[in-house]
Design a protein around this ligand. Structure first.
Ligand code: HEM
Length: 286
């Protein structure tokens, strides 16, 4: 067992479990990034509910949300880390794992701070339906992300995470990977979004997505309707172009916006301790 507060030891153990030769594209990384995002992405700025604090996905109300299908794989991958470092909260572990995975897959280092609690505050529980529906368009995407407090530039930057991983027919109903090397963080997603003539494709289930077959590679890549919406909306497109052109700008903006996502719903004092007056009356949880 590591000493309480030894986050470097936790990070090392997360990095060591990413290589999973039997799983998907050989890495637990992408599904860990999705776990971190879905844990935080239920946040509603107006009512200050949802967010990563509380690790609500451990319970059926949130964990059983169809939008979270498949994320049990990510939670199972992390169990040995939790056992080796029982002092870390699940909410800190899940968000930290997403940040470590991004960096280990060649992405930027995301600033991350601990302090989330696993105390489940019933008054903060997010209702289902807070996460985006990939079958919809730009209005829906704005509605979901404005609710969390993000702007158009931040929405596009965050969406660059679709450089990683894939869709699974038995989880979301969609199928395939966005890029050819889905365990390497880059701006390829934006470049492909603009460079390729994406065609409609209807899966046997009736679900509609977009596809492109790379003749040279003999490989089929995919985009979700919400991805295509970023290309087709004039305001989003400006940022798609910017990130397609300049990988460094994308990395810089992604770093800021992913760090912001991981902090949704947390209030910190000057020393960085999480201040949570709702859970503990007048107190601090550090
Ligand atoms: C995967 C939808 C935004 C990270 C997926 C999947 C869907 C989806 C349908 C496939 C899930 C599966 O079948 O396993 C959306 C929609 C978004 C959005 C509609 C917004 C409009 C984001 C954001 C991030 C993210 C903001 C992170 C910053 C990922 C990752 C995967 C993924 C890493 C791959 C997971 C894996 O390989 O298991 N997303 N997503 N997504 N998403 Fe998103």
């Amino acid at each position: 067992m590591s000493q309480a507060g030894d986050y470097a030891a936790v990070k090392k153990d997360i990095a060591a479990l990413l290589h999973q030769p039997e799983y998907d594209d050989g890495s637990a990384g992408p599904v860990l990034v999705r776990l971190a995002w879905h844990s935080a992405g239920t946040y509603d700025a107006e009512t200050d509910t949802g967010g990563s604090n509380g690790a609500g996905m451990r319970y059926e109300a949130e964990g059983g949300d169809p939008a979270n299908a498949g994320l049990q794989h990510a939670r199972v991958f992390l169990e040995p880390v939790k056992r080796a470092h029982p002092w870390i909260t699940y909410s800190d572990l899940w968000t930290l794992a997403g940040c470590v995975a991004i960096q280990e897959m060649g992405g930027p280092e995301i600033p991350w701070a601990p302090g989330r609690t696993d105390f489940v505050d019933d008054s903060k529980l997010p209702p289902r339906g807070r996460l985006p529906d990939a079958a919809q368009g730009a209005d829906h995407v704005r509605h979901i992300f404005y609710r969390m407090g993000f702007n158009d530039q931040e929405i596009v930057a965050l969406s660059g995470a679709h450089n990683l991983g894939r869709c699974h027919a038995d989880r979301s109903g969609f199928s395939g990977a966005w890029v050819q090397n889905p365990t390497r963080f880059s701006n390829t997603y934006f470049r492909l979004l603009l460079a390729v003539d994406w065609k409609h494709k209807q899966l046997p289930s009736g679900i509609r997505q977009f596809m492109y077959i790379d003749e040279d590679l003999g490989e089929e890549l995919m985009m979700l309707p919400t991805d295509i919406a970023l290309r087709d909306d004039a305001k989003f497109k400006v940022w798609v172009q910017r990130y397609a052109e300049d990988r460094d700008v994308f990395f810089e903006d992604f770093t800021k916006v992913f760090a912001k996502l991981m902090e949704l719903g947390l209030k910190r004092d000057e020393s960085g301790s999480v201040l949570n007056t709702d859970n503990v009356k007048g107190g601090y949880i550090s």
